[in-house]
Ligand binder design. Structure first.
Ligand SMILES: [Zn+2]
Ligand SMILES: [Zn+2]
Length: 253
């Protein structure tokens, strides 16, 4: 290698370093693993590191065809969905709420890591496109004004907006949360649903009979919230689907 080439290579390496440093300053979150913050090489294709990949709780085992809850046996539909007719057609949740996924969702909502919405949205979008589900409009589970002010953003709304960008589908604000319900223990799903009455309402909007609506939330635990919101609109449209980053696996009763 002649001297010229050597200095040229040095220059190229130097410029790559400058570019990396520039990226780190300008887009600090975009080159780090979304789960642990380690630097990674190919963020666009895989926004997490190899170590986290091993720990990721993908919701890809046997799961309920309706609510997406992981099922330990071979059943197609979980006990809860067999007992309670859902107001939505199907739930899409790429992860199980556990481990590094749980930590990063908590960091997203409670530590204001808003940039994570973009990556989470990509995982959800993949679930929807793999299932070939057609969505006409995306909406989200609202927060009360008080809660939104406290958190400074609605985590489900931001997720919906990022998902709208990925899927090229419009996002509309359809629901209002009227009050924050107290955390209570309910003995049955029916009681939980009863307690929801009046908590959410639907905005004045022209619903179309042929519309397929997707309701976005961050986590689905008992399905009570998404199911209640779905119930406010499911008679007005063709289909209501719901989605979240992760599905909580409930203890079997
Ligand atoms: Zn990682
Ligand atoms: Zn189910």
């Amino acid at each position: 290698m002649d001297k010229n080439n050597k200095s040229k290579n040095k220059f190229v390496a130097f410029m790559a370093k400058v570019r990396d440093m520039f990226c780190k300053v300008m887009f600090p979150e975009d080159i780090k693993c979304i789960f642990c913050g380690t630097d990674i090489a190919d963020f666009e294709n895989k926004p997490y590191c190899d170590d986290c990949e091993k720990e990721l709780s993908f919701n890809n085992g046997n799961k309920c065809l309706i609510c997406s809850e992981p099922i330990d046996n071979e059943a197609k539909v979980c006990d809860r969905c067999q007992k309670n007719k859902r107001n939505f057609k199907k739930a899409f949740c790429p992860f199980v709420y556990d481990g590094v996924v749980r930590n990063s969702i908590l960091a997203y909502k409670d530590s204001n890591r808003r940039y994570l919405a973009k990556s989470f949205a990509k995982f959800i979008a993949k679930e929807l496109t793999d299932a070939k589900v057609a969505i006409d409009v995306i909406t989200f589970v609202p927060l009360t004004d008080k809660k939104k002010k406290q958190r400074s953003f609605n985590q489900a709304e931001l997720l919906a907006k990022e998902l709208g960008k990925v899927l090229a589908v419009p996002v509309e604000d359809m629901f209002v949360k009227n009050k924050d319900s107290k955390t209570q223990k309910f003995s049955s799903y029916k009681e939980r649903q009863q307690n929801m009455i009046g908590t959410y309402s639907v905005k004045n909007r022209k619903f179309k009979k042929k519309e397929n609506v997707l309701i976005v939330d961050d986590i689905i635990t008992t399905c009570a919230t998404v199911d209640y919101c779905a119930g406010l609109i499911n008679k007005k449209v063709a289909n209501v689907y719901v989605c979240a980053i992760a599905r909580n696996k409930l203890k079997s009763k």
